[in-house]
Write a protein that binds this ligand. Structure first.
Ligand SMILES: *Cc1c(COP(=O)(O)O)cnc(C)c1O
Length: 370
């Protein structure tokens, strides 16, 4: 390749961006180590796969791949509208909920305003903030000794809000910590926000929470609330990239101006619609996750490892020292988990809840390696 450098032409803040670190794909590990039968507990995917009805719908949609999909996602929006009791003009569909976070940043952030988010919050919030050259208003998380240690400190986040703040990102439950916020505290926080601040409430793991979230019902009362959801986690459709945002129609109208046409595929739309209709699959996923979570908590405690409380489908396990070595051991035994050094947690691993056998295998390798 010819010698060339374009960094001096690009936006300064783009050059400084650190790309998102994804979980290691199974094929990559197996290719690198020449092993097979690996398991991945690194990206909070559903170990049960997806609803068979969703797979069936996706297969059927394959016969129409030569046609552009419905750019308005009419049927999926109609079903979501019914589920949440909100008009369809409150819904924006995204290529995964990640894309909705990008739209929100593009709509509301620029170099003279900022976004508030917590330390240890989902890594995409600082990325989309920086993507727009906006100001980072990162707030210290609750201290480790707090019962919800590493979780969002809503009081401190509120104190950080100023006249330049445009977005507050909140993940409930949060990734990578698994920590959560009570409905009452959250509602008080949102209710107290000044009108120039938009609260983006990321509910990627809400299907796993103990209490069903009512946040979508708050939109009618608090017009500056945006709730994002995804079909990637409990619904098991991560590869199809379907997410949605619920908001005041005026915010949805802004996001729609940015949204590229046909951002969600016809296969994704069809599968998500069928998945939504199969709530028994979600109930079973919750049940298996609860069992696996208990199994992991007990097993990790048995190995003397502390864990952060979690209402999601993963658990953050804390080791006495850096996890570099233990992570190598796990990988050489075909177990992929997620180191969280990029979150400044070099002594912790985020472990997705797998099937009972997968969890057992992880615990056995850990027991041998410690
Ligand atoms: C996984 C995840 C998402 C986004 O997932 P998509 O596949 O883009 O829908 C959003 N927020 C959090 C906190 C997540 O962990």
């Amino acid at each position: 390749m010819k010698d060339a450098n374009f960094t001096n032409l690009a936006n300064r803040w783009v050059c400084d961006l650190v790309p998102y670190t994804p979980g290691k794909p199974i094929e990559e590990l197996e290719r690198e180590l020449g092993i097979n039968q690996s398991i991945k507990l690194a990206s909070n995917e559903n170990p049960l796969g997806a609803s068979p009805k969703a797979i069936e719908a996706a297969k059927e949609a394959l016969s129409s791949v030569h046609l552009y999909p419905d750019a308005n996602g009419f049927y999926l929006k109609e079903a979501l509208s019914k589920q949440h009791g909100l008009p369809a003009n409150c819904i924006t569909l995204g290529n995964g909920s990640n894309e909705l976070l990008v739209f929100l940043a593009q709509a509301f952030l620029n170099p003279s305003v900022g976004a508030v988010y917590s330390q240890y919050a989902f890594a995409v919030y600082p990325i989309v903030t920086q993507m727009m050259g906006a100001m980072h208003q990162e707030v210290s998380a609750l201290p480790a000794e707090h019962p919800m240690g590493l979780g969002h400190d809503l009081r401190a986040m509120y104190a950080e809000i100023n006249s330049n703040t445009r977005i507050v990102f909140i993940a409930n439950p949060n990734n990578p910590t698994g920590t959560w916020l009570s409905s009452d505290r959250l509602k008080d926080f949102i209710g107290a926000l000044p009108p120039h601040v938009i609260c983006v409430l990321d509910e990627a793991y809400t299907e796993y929470s103990e209490e069903p979230s009512e946040a979508s019902q708050w939109i009618e009362v608090y017009p500056n609330l945006v709730v994002t959801r995804t079909f990637s986690k409990a619904y098991g459709l991560a590869s199809l990239r379907v997410g949605f945002a619920l908001s005041h129609p005026n915010i949805a109208g802004l996001l729609n101006r940015i949204r590229p046409p046909f951002n969600v595929s016809g296969i994704g739309l069809a599968a998500a619609l069928a998945a939504l209709d199969d709530q028994s699959f979600i109930a079973e996923s919750r049940r298996i996750n609860q069992l696996g979570m208990d199994q992991l908590h007990k097993g990790l405690a048995g190995l003397g490892l502390a864990t952060t409380p979690s209402q999601a489908n993963f658990v953050l396990a804390h080791f006495p020292t850096s996890v570099d070595e233990i992570n190598k051991r796990l990988m050489s035994d075909g177990v992929i988990v997620r180191p969280v050094k990029n979150y400044s947690l070099p002594n912790a691993l985020r472990i997705s809840v797998g099937t009972q056998e997968q969890n057992e295998r992880l615990l056995a390798v850990l027991a041998r390696s410690l």
